[in-house]
Design a protein around this ligand. Structure first.
Ligand code: SF4
Length: 62
């Protein structure tokens, strides 16, 4: 599973980093994805971060 952040849509609110810090990190006012493949034990919380992103900026690819 992969996670992708739309940098143009991201408002740098920090919620994804709070929810799933192993995958998302705020850098220079945008959230970046730290991993190429989301670790299996992070998949549920990563999906949660995507669902809760207020800007709908996170896409999950299964
Ligand atoms: S939750 Fe969405 S808008 Fe907020 S920092 Fe993460 S990707 Fe950006």
């Amino acid at each position: 599973m992969k996670a992708i952040v739309d940098e143009d849509a991201c408002t740098a609110c920090g919620l994804c980093e709070d929810t799933c810090p192993e995958v998302f990190e705020l850098q220079d006012d945008v959230a970046v994805v730290l991993v190429d493949t989301v670790p299996e034990d992070q998949e549920d919380v990563c999906r949660q971060a995507a669902e809760e992103c207020p800007a709908e900026a996170i896409t999950i690819e299964e």
